[in-house]
Design a protein around this ligand. Sequence first.
Ligand code: FAD
Length: 266
Amino acid sequence: MLPYKQFVAGKTAKDAIRITKAFNKKRIGTTIDIFLNEPKNTRTALSNAKQYTDLLSLIAKTKANATIALKLSQIGFFLDKHVCQQNLAMIAACAAEKKNSVTVDMEEHEYEKDTVRIFEETRKEFPNMMIALQAYLKGVNTDVKRLAKSNASIRLVKGTYNEPSSVVLKDHDKIDANFIKIAKVLLRTKQVHAFATHDEYLLDFIKKEAKKTGKKNIEFQTLYGFKPHLPQMLAKQGYYLRVYMPYGANWHGYVKRRLSELSSQR
Ligand SMILES: Cc1cc2nc3c(=O)[nH]c(=O)nc-3n(C[C@H](O)[C@H](O)[C@H](O)COP(=O)(O)OP(=O)(O)OC[C@H]3O[C@@H](n4cnc5c(N)ncnc54)[C@H](O)[C@@H]3O)c2cc1C
């Protein structure tokens, strides 16, 4: 039996809001993601997108401190890029109206370029967006520089997918070094960025480097169920914290990914 409750908020949006509220009492925000099947047609892609606008409405109604995060594959990326972009714009417009924001998660390497392109195009109209970039991805630094220059907000992660060594760094030290290299760029820009890691060496580096550059508007993000002491510790130190929290019935792939990360720890 997979330990789904350790990593997943529950089956419904109400579960995610209930847990968000408990985090909010400790001055910790969340970013909520829904497990949704990849749509087989554009009608389902739209109805998936509407689940995110419903979630934004519930967040606003309950006054929860939560943003949303989504994968473009959930809203039509593999069916029609134009439809996907329209759905993302609909969600971003709803978020803007509710003074909230949307983060686009990053998926496997072959979708990175189109994901970044759709993000950049949608962001022209809706700046209330953030995108995840993976430090393990070879060539990601070019995107980092361009996006940072255009004042985009970035969620920096190590990268989670089992990808070939032709496209991603495999060596842990090299991934950490690239994470640091990118963090140094981001910590010298004006916009808000999120550093999403549970690696205490990297967290310490970012804290020290942020002190050096004087950058105050940074966010740390952790995954729900990982090192549960971390969010509270960082919040107590005065940092802005968000816990990434998925909910929904289709949780198996996510939990398996988390467990395989845990078993491959250094
Ligand atoms: C908010 C957030 C959003 C993310 N979004 C994306 C995304 O869009 N695309 C993407 O590819 N990846 C994403 N990731 C995943 C990320 O790429 C890593 O796979 C994951 O965060 C583990 O890497 P780490 O930076 O914590 O470092 P690691 O070196 O993997 O781990 C650091 C420490 O964290 C602890 N830890 C690691 N794994 C586990 C676990 N399974 N359970 C409990 N403790 C653990 C261990 O103590 C370990 O020593 C996201 C991560 C976070 C925190």
